[in-house]
Ligand binder design. Structure first.
Ligand code: AMP
Length: 360
C-alpha cells in the first residue's frame, strides 16, 4: 500500500468526538477529511473540510463519499455492514469490513476471539426465558445478560447474582425480545484495555495498557500505567496482537479485558476503532491513537507508541463540563472539549488528562 500524498482526502463514517479527533489528526498530517453523518453541526464536521449530512446507508451519500475520499474509515462499530461492503469495491475501507461483522454481535465476537486463541468469559445464547433459566443454572445462578447487538456504554444489560428462578420470568420480553447472550459473572481484579495498531504490511504497535473504571456502564477514568504486572500486560498485548493478525486488520483497535486474581486476562469487548480508553495517548505519547489510525489507513509507517509520562484521563460527562474553567487553569492538565452544545445527562462532552512524571 503506497502512502496517500499531501492533500489526499480521508472519508470518516460517523460524526462524533472520535471522528472529530481523527479529523484533527488527519489535518496535522496534511490530509483533508469528509464526514458522513446525518446530524447537522456534529463534533467531527466542525473541524472537517466537508460534511455529507445524510444517513449512513444513503446510496447517493455513499457514492459521493466514494467519489470524494481516497480512503474511508469509520468511528463507531454500528455502521451498517452493507453500506461498507458496497463502498469497498470503489474505495479502500479500513479497518476491514469483516471486523464490523465480528464486533456488531457479541456472539460472533466471542466465537472469533476464542477461535483466535483468546479467552473470554463463558457464554450461552439466550432466545427465551427457558434458555435464560438453563444458562443461569449452568453458571451457578449468576451472570450478565446482554443484548447481542447494539449494546454500548452498558446499555442493554442486566446482572444476575444468585438469582432465584422467579427472577427469570418475563426477562426476555423486558430485554426487547431480541437475541441475547448470558456471560458468566467474572470476579475480576480490575479492567484494562489495550489500544493497538496494525498496518497493511502487518507491523503492530501497542500502547501501554490502561486501567479503566466504569460507572453506569460508561468509562469514567483511565489510569496509565495500570496496576498490573508486566506479565499480565504482556498477555493482554499478545492477545490484542493475535486478534489484529486474525482479522487482517489495518488501523487502531481497542480491546477491553478483565484481569483475574491469577494475573490472567479475559477479553470482554473489541472496538474496531480508536477507543475512549486511549484518549490519554494525545497527552502522553508523541503519536496519539488518532494519528496512529490515520497513519495506518493512509499507508504511512506506524508511529512510536512510547509513553513519556504517567497520566489519568477522565471523561467529562453531562454536567461535569461545568468544571472546565477550573481544569483549564490547572497545571499538567490537557483539556479536550468536543464542541457539543447541550450537556445532556450521560453525554460525553469532553475529557481531560492529568499528566505527571513517569514513575515506571
Ligand atoms: P460491556 O458493555 O460488555 O463492556 O460491559 C460493561 C461493564 O459491565 C464492564 O466494563 C464490566 O464492568 C461489567 N461487566 C460486563 N460483563 C461482565 C461479566 N461477564 N462479568 C462481570 N462484569 C461484567
Amino acid at each position: 500500500m503506497s502512502a496517500l500524498g499531501p492533500n489526499a482526502t480521508i472519508g470518516i463514517i460517523g460524526g462524533g468526538q472520535l471522528g472529530r479527533m481523527l479529523a484533527m489528526a488527519a489535518a496535522r498530517l496534511g490530509y483533508r477529511t469528509v464526514i458522513l453523518e446525518p446530524e447537522a453541526d456534529c463534533p467531527a464536521a466542525q473541524v472537517a473540510n466537508r460534511h455529507i449530512a445524510a444517513a449512513y446507508d444513503d446510496p447517493a451519500a455513499l457514492s459521493e463519499l466514494a467519489e470524494l475520499a481516497d480512503v474511508v474509515t469509520y468511528e463507531f462499530e454500528n455502521v451498517p455492514v452493507e453500506a461498507v461492503l458496497g463502498l469497498a469495491p470503489r474505495v479502500g475501507v479500513w479497518p476491514p469490513p469483516l471486523t464490523l461483522e465480528v464486533a456488531q454481535d457479541r456472539l460472533s465476537e466471542k466465537t472469533f476471539l476464542n477461535k483466535a486463541g483468546i479467552s473470554t468469559a463463558p457464554y450461552k445464547t439466550v432466545d427465551n426465558d427457558a434458555d435464560l433459566e438453563a444458562a443461569l443454572a449452568a453458571f451457578g445462578g449468576s451472570g450478565v445478560l446482554k443484548t447481542r447487538r447494539l449494546g454500548y456504554d452498558g446499555k442493554g444489560q442486566r446482572m444476575f447474582r444468585d438469582a432465584p428462578r422467579e427472577a427469570v420470568a418475563g426477562t426476555f420480553a423486558e430485554m426487547g425480545s431480541v437475541p441475547l447472550i448470558l456471560e458468566g459473572l467474572i470476579d475480576f481484579e480490575c479492567e484494562i484495555s489495550v489500544v493497538a495498531a496494525r498496518d497493511a504490511a502487518g507491523s503492530i504497535q501497542a500502547y501501554d495498557p490502561a486501567q479503566n473504571i466504569h460507572r453506569d456502564g460508561i468509562l469514567r477514568r483511565s489510569t496509565v500505567p495500570a496496576g498490573i504486572s508486566q506479565a499480565t500486560a504482556g498477555k493482554a498485548r499478545a492477545a490484542a496482537a493475535a486478534l489484529l493478525d486474525a482479522l487482517g486488520y489495518v488501523g487502531v483497535i481497542g480491546v477491553e479485558f478483565f484481569v483475574l486474581a491469577d494475573g490472567s486476562v479475559l477479553a470482554n469487548e473489541i472496538a474496531p476503532r480508536v477507543h475512549n480508553s486511549g484518549h490519554w495517548t494525545e497527552a502522553a505519547c508523541a503519536v496519539s491513537q488518532f494519528e496512529q489510525h490515520i497513519r495506518a489507513i493512509a499507508g504511512l509507517p506506524l508511529g512510536d507508541p512510547a509513553r513519556h509520562c504517567d497520566c489519568v484521563m477522565e471523561n467529562l460527562i453531562g454536567d461535569d463540563v461545568s468544571g472546565v474553567e477550573r481544569l483549564a487553569g490547572e497545571p499538567g492538565v490537557v483539556l479536550h472539549l468536543y464542541g457539543k452544545k447541550d450537556a445532556r445527562p450521560g453525554r460525553k462532552m469532553g475529557h481531560f488528562t492529568r499528566i505527571s512524571a513517569k514513575a515506571r
